[in-house]
Design a protein around this ligand. Structure first.
Ligand code: GLA
Length: 389
């Protein structure tokens, strides 16, 4: 666990005046490949990173959920059952949204005092929100005495995003944050929820995550716009083929190509990204265990090109960073990761070059943008679990 448990326990005791009785943690994630495919019922290939959210808690007699967010030094306190968006503490919405969904399943969330603490970068495309949601769920399961399967837990988190927070996101983030296994990437079929833990056997390579420092400001609205454009493509393809498919997952590249000139060009390009990205993701899941780093690097580069030119979810800083990365020795491949419009990039780099790669990337990126590029290496970590009890 990346967050210091002893420090968190001391902070809990200092704030609430007694020891916590339970705790749960959940990681952030980086997506290796398979971007904007999950809500199209396609394939994704993320891994959990060594950055965590930790929630410590103690039951109280008061029928309230009181949470102190140590990172912000803010406290939010809501009555149980008053599950509404918080006026001043957006981070509280993740806990309240999860509590609301837990109660909709028929379980009772008890009165609690909680301390929330984490080191998953916020708004950087590393799923800090799914990390809070899955840590909260694991905690509520423990406190209320029930346990969901991993797919049901992930679906609950997705409902929080879709119904409570108004983001039409897919299931990738919550799934990997809940179900990841150390040393493995998760290959997930976002239609059936069938998933496979794939050992990351890429000898002498590391994944470097680098933050552009551009916060994903537009992500919410542009994200939902892409969801709508994909649905438009499905309608056009269904009409042309006499089918009633629900998602882009169901169409092949040939079917799309025959319709290329009969649909708005941007809709065609959105669909081309999704269809080709699904193929790249399936291939990636087959080549990491044999350890084919150079092919994985090519797939990552190709994914990035498709996200930039066809899906149009990058931004100048993301493009600059991946461009610089590809000029540096030891880099197999680079791409934006997560929703896009800012946030992080991920790079597959040979271990011997890691230090120089990070230094070179940060230095050149800062020279050209004036922004810091925060770089870190992460091994594949494990999913949500209990901590600190
Ligand atoms: C965000 C969403 C995910 C997924 C990615 C893009 O992280 O929460 O569901 O759609 O963007 O791949």
């Amino acid at each position: 666990m990346s967050v210091d448990l002893a420090r968190a326990k001391a902070a809990f005791a200092l704030h609430f005046g007694h020891e916590p009785e339970a705790g749960a943690r959940a990681p952030g994630r980086v997506n290796i490949i398979g971007e904007h495919t999950d809500y199209n019922h396609g394939f994704v290939f993320p891994m959990a990173i060594e950055r965590d959210t930790l929630i410590l808690a103690r039951k109280t007699e008061r029928p309230r959920l009181s949470v102190f967010a140590a990172n912000f030094e803010q406290e939010a306190d809501v009555a149980l059952g008053a599950w509404e968006r918080h006026a001043t503490c957006p981070w509280m919405d993740y806990l309240v949204g999860v509590a609301r969904e837990v109660e909709l399943l028929g379980h009772r969330v008890p009165g609690m005092e909680c301390l929330l603490l984490g080191d998953v970068p916020i708004g950087a495309g590393l799923s800090s929100s799914a990390s809070v949601e899955m840590a909260a769920l694991r905690l509520f399961e423990e406190m209320a005495g029930f346990r969901l399967s991993d797919p049901d837990a992930a679906a609950l988190g997705q409902r929080v995003e879709n119904h409570f927070l108004g983001v039409a996101s897919g299931i990738m983030d919550q799934f990997v944050v809940r179900a990841a296994r150390e040393g493995h990437a998760l290959f997930l079929d976002c239609r059936s929820n069938a998933h496979e833990q794939i050992p990351l056997a890429l000898a002498d390579t590391v994944f470097v995550v680098a933050d552009t420092g551009v916060s994903r400001g537009l992500a919410g609205s542009k994200y939902n716009e892409r969801v709508v454009e994909c649905a438009e493509a499905v309608d056009i393809l269904n009409a042309a083929n006499g089918t009633r498919h629900t998602h882009l997952r169901d169409f092949g590249l040939e079917q799309l190509e025959t319709m290329a000139s009969s649909m708005p060009n941007h809709v065609y390009r959105r669909a081309r990204h999704v269809i080709t990205e699904n193929e790249r993701t399936r291939e990636a899941s087959r080549i990491v265990t044999p350890g084919n780093a150079s092919r994985l690097g090519e797939l990552m580069n190709e994914s990035d090109r498709s996200l930039r030119e066809d899906y149009e979810v990058t931004c100048p800083e993301l493009d600059l960073m991946t461009h610089i990365a590809r000029t540096l020795p030891g880099c197999f491949g680079s791409r934006m990761t997560g929703a896009g419009f800012g946030g992080c990039t991920v790079h597959l780099v040979s271990s011997g070059h890691t230090k120089d790669f990070c230094a070179g990337l940060s230095c050149e990126y800062q020279r050209q943008t004036g922004r810091n590029a925060h770089c870190f290496v992460s091994c594949a970590s494990s999913g949500a679990d209990l901590a600190g009890s």
